[in-house]
Ligand binder design. Sequence first.
Ligand SMILES: [Zn+2]
Length: 203
Amino acid sequence: MHQYKGKLIIHTGSMFSGKTSSLKKDLNRFKIANYKVETYKPCVDTRGGDKITLHDESFMDACGVKEISEIISDVEANKYEVIGIDEVQFLQGTSEEIKDGITEILNKGVTVVTAGLDMDYNGVAFEIVKELMPVADYVNKHHAVCTMCGTDAWVSHRKVKGDARVLIGAQGEYEPLCRSCYNKVKKEEALEVNKNQIKLEIV
Ligand SMILES: [Zn+2]
């Protein structure tokens, strides 16, 4: 028995912060130690089919799922000892259902390692990550580098407009920014909108 048996380990942070790389590193350690390990990823993330593509272009095999219930059945059927869930914020179902499902898996003595975004591009928390953080045994908050000033980034700022909380496969449209640079950019964007409105009124 290892010290992480039945424990919840969370990797969170903005985009490009190395969450998934850390998940992969943790799971590799369990694999080396000969534990039965499986990785899951919500199907909504279509990048690479049954694989998770990391920013360094390496891959990790992953089983595509929609809901936590599928993970529970699969863990039960295959007697996995350690599981990883990448992009946990994309699992379907309510935060309550997902949290209860993860708790059920933990109560069976299975180690659960998750990677997920803490906030969307507006700085609003993803509900499930917000729910899981206090109940987790280990919380790792990762930081990308602010593209404007080089300090630790705080949020993934989206350069294009759209209603979706996350644009899948549009990583190039995001830039990690620290709080101060994010506030600066937001102010400039607001000025830009005002300027365009004034132009329209003049026309
Ligand atoms: Zn900055």
